[in-house]
Design a protein around this ligand. Structure first.
Ligand SMILES: Nc1nc2c(ncn2[C@@H]2O[C@H](COP(=O)(O)OP(=O)(O)OP(=O)(O)O)[C@@H](O)[C@H]2O)c(=O)[nH]1
Ligand SMILES: [Mg+2]
Length: 309
């Protein structure tokens, strides 16, 4: 139930509404709100020379994030193997923006001591092998891998320089092992992507940006509220399920990113229980952000409950 992308659905509702709207002023304003809700998250990627900034930025761009230098929703500081004083300074420079440290080139260093690095950097750390996140293997590369696959294990057949640049020795070894196990070459990019840790990087970025996504949806509702005084149709959109569920989902992401559990069950009793629990939560000793989220989860749960009546 919470897996659906209600923010995207909400943006679609706004876009369709704007298309059909006869009032040019409202149309322009609602289109702008839709664009703000669905805009990609902005990620700044920094780090010392050579750690893999360009490679990581490229794969994050491929994963739908917008790479920016300033005005970011979240900052990534890329390190390799160790955290140096300048890395720590780079983390500290971002004051009002969450920071994720990506420990890249994990293929060269072996297991990453995440907890020690986290303490050194002063930010959460996630390992990655950006090199392997978006590999394109042409015929030449596949042929070179097949040659290695055919060689006897233990043969010191040296992989060619181009292949090493493309996959690194770890990537080559894993690709060759997969081919020996009968994998089709077309499966290799997906397999290597799995080894790259990109999914973990993206999951961490999503958790860190949950509050900014929530604020975005909330800001959209505020914008619509000021339009709704002159337009019953806008008031209707605001009261619609998509708006209520979009802000609820964004709120669920915020509290889950903070480590709280939200019951995902989809039956009337569960919706009612959730509505009561999060109403109570929002009235407890919590931050203004969590107070607002609790109220929105409660409101959305009541809406889901009412659907059954
Ligand atoms: N083994 C390995 N090599 C990587 C990885 N990520 C990037 N590289 C390689 O490291 C080199 C530097 O990567 P870039 O992405 O250009 O790094 P950068 O930080 O932008 O470097 P500069 O802009 O040149 O300072 C390139 O040869 C990459 O192919 C990785 O995860 N593992
Ligand atoms: Mg670069």
């Amino acid at each position: 139930m919470f897996a659906a992308d209600f923010a995207a659905e909400f943006a679609d509702v706004l876009t369709r509404f704007a298309q059909d709207c006869g009032d040019a002023r409202v149309r322009t304003a609602v289109s702008a709100v839709a664009a703000r809700v669905s805009a990609p998250l902005r990620v700044a990627v920094q780090g010392r020379a050579g750690v893999g900034r360009t490679t990581l930025a490229r794969v994050l761009d491929g994963a739908g994030r917008r790479i920016v230098d300033t005005a970011a929703d979240v900052a990534v500081v890329v390190v390799a193997e160790v955290v140096k004083p300048e890395d720590r300074a780079a983390v500290a420079r971002w004051r009002d923006v969450p920071v994720l440290v990506v420990c890249n080139k994990a293929d060269l260093t072996g297991p990453v001591p995440l907890e020690a690095l986290r303490r050194a950097a002063g930010a959460p750390v996630v390992p990655a092998v950006a090199l392997l996140a978006d590999v394109r293997l042409d015929h030449e590369a596949v042929d070179a891998l097949r040659t290695l696959t055919a060689a006897h294990p233990g043969d010191s057949a040296d992989p060619d320089v181009r292949l090493v640049r493309l996959l690194g020795r770890y990537g080559i070894a894993r690709a060759v092992a997969a081919l020996r196990d009968g994998a089709d070459p077309s499966e290799l990019p997906g397999l290597l992507r799995g080894l790259s840790g990109l999914d973990g990087v993206v999951a961490h970025l999503d958790a860190l940006t949950a509050p900014s996504r929530y604020r975005r949806v909330r800001a959209a509702l505020t914008d619509l509220q000021s339009l709704a005084t002159g337009s019953d149709a806008v008031a209707g959109v605001l009261a619609g399920d998509e708006a209520v569920l979009a802000v609820m989902t964004a709120a669920v992401d915020v509290v889950q990113a903070a480590g709280l559990v939200v019951d995902p069950a989809d039956d009337p009793a569960a919706h009612l229980r959730r509505a009561v629990r999060w109403r109570r939560y929002s009235r407890g000793p919590v931050s203004p952000l969590h107070r607002a989220c609790g109220a929105d989860i409660s409101r959305g749960s009541l809406r889901l409950f009412e659907r059954y009546r």
